[in-house]
Design a protein around this ligand. Structure first.
Ligand SMILES: Cc1cc2nc3c(=O)[nH]c(=O)nc-3n(C[C@H](O)[C@H](O)[C@H](O)COP(=O)(O)OP(=O)(O)OC[C@H]3O[C@@H](n4cnc5c(N)ncnc54)[C@H](O)[C@@H]3O)c2cc1C
Length: 571
């Protein structure tokens, strides 16, 4: 088979905020960068982010407070050196992107406006109305393009070249015609984003299928803290489409079917602005105890009517539109129905503070990097605070771009690739194209999503998790007998969705196994059979490894502690 080899200094997989920020830095430092992306860069999920990006900018805020809020929000699992780096560089990161053209909303005195978000002591989220992510992504993409970054849009990366601890490229195919190609580089960076699509109700883009994680894990590399999946308190009832925390930041109130403002019971001080794990559990609890609203009683009310039309149109116009389009409810006139939605993944590909991918808790790989939501540098620990993720993707994207440039200048060498190294991907494509079994992608995916939400969702028990383990085993077997209808080479989305389902089945196994092993409740991981946090046994990061048969084994690594001692979390 004809497999061309394209050579670059660096190949970056993913063109969201993290990928674009890294690419721009590298290109500016004279490196030959190729960015591969299965979507057009501006369709990356970063562009869907609504509410804001944190920085301690205002006169009555300070970096240390931002650090403290982040560590407390993380239920003390975050690595404090990484938190310190990110929070201390946040103001500079905002100025950097602003000077490149990002138009933030303003206060009357002309300074950048900031809104409150859950778990934050001060109004700290800088925003561009409720289209913050789109503003940031357009800016960084334009600037990367301007300095000459090569974007290869609509290329699907399906494998990595990795041997003896060194990465030296990726294997991808062109979505247009299925042409397999090897991208051989001195450094490879993953910036493939989030993966909440494994859950029935989720806020994520169709493309958020965790490809990067499974690709790396299939080579025996670990994934970290995968059991920590964030359920956002406010998705539109039914669909889970996100209603940003900005709605509560601007003053939104939550009510149950009895007209009770129920957060008074769960977080008397912070109320609706407690962190997401706390509010999500409160909502689910109200629903479970029969105080939900809507036809199936699976929602609660979010009331914004007291803000008035002018403020809603100034601050939350997109959210209003979403609720009208998908629910037929106008937040100017009536409360809207919301429910918890799988939203964000704290875990991911373990990296050190410079973005080098780890091969164990204490060893690094060579030439392999990750940043953004797919990475776990652990600034979010067990629970991310709203508006810290755009910051992570922008800051660490840029920072890791510079780490790679430094490593290249220190002499990172190219290991030459051979065309045969595309074989795993070519075989995978071939098998799916020619398989004639009875199973269908959409059905298996639906079963995966339904059961993950049910058994490995906001509330978990040993029993529900072990049940899910068995379900995953069975789904993986059935996946081997999958059949697709489209056998063509042109924009074969049938094929792509089948490959993506394979990725989802793999990383879902890590979520479940991490959750079974972690016999405590911390942040977003809530075990009904172990409702307390257990610092003695579990103040540590999970590192999970998958063997060739798909079995997962677990070890633990240290948390980087610092000036903030673990305390009880009260809001
Ligand atoms: C609805 C919504 C609202 C949000 N709002 C906020 C907010 O207000 N504030 C905040 O801080 N955070 C928010 N977040 C979280 C935040 O947006 C994300 O964590 C962040 O933008 C992720 O950026 P990224 O660069 O890591 O990945 P993404 O922007 O998701 O980009 C991933 C890239 O990887 C590429 N890719 C993936 N797999 C492959 C493959 N196999 N081959 C080739 N390319 C591939 C994709 O094409 C894409 O370009 C929100 C998230 C959602 C879903």
């Amino acid at each position: 088979m004809d497999v061309p080899i394209v050579i670059a200094d660096v190949v970056i997989v993913g063109a969201g905020l993290a990928g674009c920020a890294a690419a721009r830095e590298l290109q500016k430092r004279g490196k030959r960068v190729i960015v591969l992306t299965k979507l057009h860069p501006l369709r990356s999920h970063s562009g869907a982010a609504q509410g804001g990006v944190n920085a301690a900018l205002s006169d009555d805020d300070d970096v240390e407070l931002h650090m403290f809020d982040t560590v407390k929000g993380s239920d003390y699992l975050a690595d404090q050196d990484a938190v310190e780096l990110m929070c201390s560089k946040a103001p500079e990161t905002i100025r950097w992107i602003e000077h490149m053209g990002a138009a933030f909303s303003r206060r009357e005195d002309g300074r950048i406006a900031q809104r409150p978000f859950g778990g934050q002591s001060k109004p700290r989220a800088c925003f561009a109305k409720d289209r913050t992510g789109l503003t940031l992504l357009q800016t960084i993409y334009e600037q990367a393009d301007r300095v000459g970054v090569q974007f290869w849009d609509e290329w699907y990366v399906a494998d990595i070249l990795y041997q003896d601890g060194k990465a030296y490229g990726v294997v991808a195919y062109n979505l247009r015609d299925l042409q397999p190609t090897i991208f051989n580089a001195k450094a490879v960076m993953f910036a493939t984003g989030g993966y909440a699509r494994a859950f029935k109700i989720n806020s994520n883009a169709h493309a958020n299928t965790g490809d990067g994680l499974s690709i790396v894990a299939r080579h025996g590399l670990p994934l970290e803290d995968m059991e920590f999946v964030q359920f956002h308190p406010s998705g539109l009832a039914g669909s889970g489409i996100l209603i940003s925390e900005a709605a509560r930041g601007e003053g939104g109130k939550l009510y149950n079917s009895e007209g009770e403002r129920f957060m008074e019971k769960y977080a008397p001080e912070k109320m609706e602005l407690a962190p997401r794990d706390v509010v999500a559990r409160a909502i689910m609890n109200e629903i479970r105890e029969g105080r939900g609203v809507g036809p199936d009683k699976m929602a609660v009310y979010l009331d914004l009517t007291h803000l008035g039309e002018e403020k809603i149109m100034e601050r939350l116009p997109e959210l209003r539109d979403l609720a009208i389009t998908f629910l037929g409810q106008d937040m100017v006139k009536e409360p809207i129905m919301i429910t918890v939605t799988a939203h964000y993944s704290m875990g991911g590909i373990p990296v050190d503070i410079g973005g080098h991918v780890k091969r164990s808790p204490t060893e690094l790989t060579e030439g392999l990097y990750a940043a953004g939501e797919c990475a776990c540098v652990s600034v979010h620990g067990a629970n991310r605070l709203g508006a810290n993720s755009l910051l992570e993707a922008l800051f660490f994207g840029r920072h890791v771009g510079n780490t790679i440039a430094d490593d290249l200048e220190r002499g990172l060498e190219l290991r030459e690739a051979e065309p045969e190294e595309a074989e795993t991907m070519v075989k995978e494509i071939d098998t799916i194209l020619h398989s004639n079994g009875p199973e269908r992608t959409a059905e298996l995916r639906q079963e995966l999503q339904d059961t993950m939400f049910e058994n490995c969702g906001v509330f978990r028990t040993e029993e529900s998790l072990k049940k899910q383990r068995e379900i995953l085993k069975e789904l993986r077997q059935r996946f081997k007998r999958i059949r697709i209808d489209d056998k063509s080479k042109t924009f074969n989305t049938d094929l792509q969705e089948a490959i993506e389902l394979g990725h989802m089945l793999d990383y879902a196994g890590f979520i479940v196994e991490g959750a079974i092993a972690r016999k405590e409740s911390r942040g977003a991981h809530y075990r009904e059979d172990y409702p307390q946090r257990d610092d003695e046994n579990f103040l540590k990061h999970t590192y999970a490894y998958m063997d060739r048969e798909g079995n997962i084994s677990i070890e633990y690594g240290d948390v980087v502690l610092g000036k903030f001692e673990p305390q009880e979390r009260k809001y």
